[in-house]
Ligand binder design. Structure first.
Ligand code: ZN
Ligand code: ZN
Length: 349
């Protein structure tokens, strides 16, 4: 009997230990720990391309346009850095969450007490009242105002407070990449037609025809033709790949603006359109939504969003119904423990 009661007490202790799992702190913005690898990749790519543009390829252009191109690409680069930094640094949380000042860690969701993280516009994790369009992001562990998606490239959520900066960073990055690709194509074409046009700087008078100068006019570094061509091909491929991803995402967000939808609403609507009637009770499924079929119908090119979601057949408004208008959904959502994903990954974001 003693053994039996000891084992029961042990099981109870284990159960209570599991229930009292440690609280997690909420992340404030894109600089909060943990940082994301994609965030570092985005900044490294940005600086490689800027370095190549200003240090190597713009100085090869004819002196007549040189200053104009410095002005245009420099202006775009500075604007992009500002809006990119703002999109990362702004805290997109709900007002009531920000007023709490993140002074305490967030409790763990207890599915035995609540069906949803947000019920009747009250978040059981943030322990505050939230607006209808707020969602509790699992990655940031807080409610985000006018939730659009969680972006790994910014390492921050994109919501009502920072969406315009996110969008401006997409536009400025795409425009900068278009400029850089145009400059590179001009350099390659001119090199094959008449390389002397690219060697207009006075310092070229003292070097051999096989020698090129990088980082003109301030820090000239001599190098061979093959090195310049190799760098040019690498930068062209990197720019083209970046433009493909960013342009893709920009077109997707223009499409969302036209449809007056957020990324979250688009994904959940598509999920409902694609999912057959769910039998009574709960059904869990994983999904990967892309838009190629929209593109085939004349819509924008595909942008991919992935996640998992659980269906609850008669739970009102857990996900917006197909065709439901923006903002019409109610603010109740399933718990993280029930695998409803509120944090969408954006392709470049
Ligand atoms: Zn919350
Ligand atoms: Zn987030």
């Amino acid at each position: 009997m003693d053994l039996c009661s000891q084992s029961q007490r042990g099981a109870l202790r284990e159960a209570s230990r599991k229930q009292a799992s440690p609280r997690r702190w909420s992340r404030v913005n894109g600089w909060s720990w943990p940082l994301h690898t994609f965030q570092a990749v985005a900044w490294i790519t940005l600086f490689i391309l800027a370095f190549a543009n200003f240090g190597i390829f713009v100085p090869l252009l004819p002196p007549d346009w040189n200053l104009v191109i410095y002005g245009v690409t420099g202006g775009l680069f500075c604007f992009h850095c500002v809006v990119h930094l703002l999109a990362i640094s702004i805290d997109p949380a709900e007002t009531n969450v920000r007023l709490k000042n993140y002074s305490e860690p967030v409790p763990t969701f207890d599915p035995s007490k609540h069906t949803h993280v947000i019920e009747n516009q009250y978040c059981h994790l943030c322990e505050v009242t939230v607006n209808k369009k707020a969602k509790h992001c699992r990655a940031c562990n807080k409610c985000v105002s006018d939730f659009d998606h969680h972006c790994k490239w910014l390492n921050n959520c994109v919501g009502g407070r920072n969406y315009r900066y996110f969008f401006c960073s997409l536009v400025s990055a795409s425009a900068s990449l278009l400029c850089l690709i145009t400059i590179l194509l001009y350099v390659f074409i001119q090199y094959s037609v008449n390389p002397e046009v690219l060697r207009s700087h006075p310092l070229y008078e003292d070097v051999s025809k096989d020698t090129w100068l990088l980082f003109l006019p301030l820090f000239p570094v001599k190098t061979k033709t093959l090195v310049v061509l190799g760098i040019g091909v690498f930068v062209l491929l990197l720019s083209a790949l970046s433009l493909l991803l960013l342009g893709h995402l920009l077109i997707f967000h223009l499409f969302l603006m036209f449809k007056k939808l957020s990324t979250y609403e688009y994904v959940t609507q598509n999920l409902h359109q694609k999912t057959p009637e769910v039998p009574a009770g709960r059904k869990e499924l994983s999904f990967k939504i892309s838009m190629p079929q929209r593109a085939a119908q004349g819509g924008p090119a595909a942008a991919e969003v992935s996640g998992s979601v659980s269906h609850h057949r008669h739970v009102p408004g857990e996900l917006p119904a197909a065709g439901e208008s923006r903002g019409a959904r109610e603010g109740s959502q399933a718990a993280p423990g029930m695998r409803t994903e509120n944090a969408w990954d954006c392709l470049f974001d």
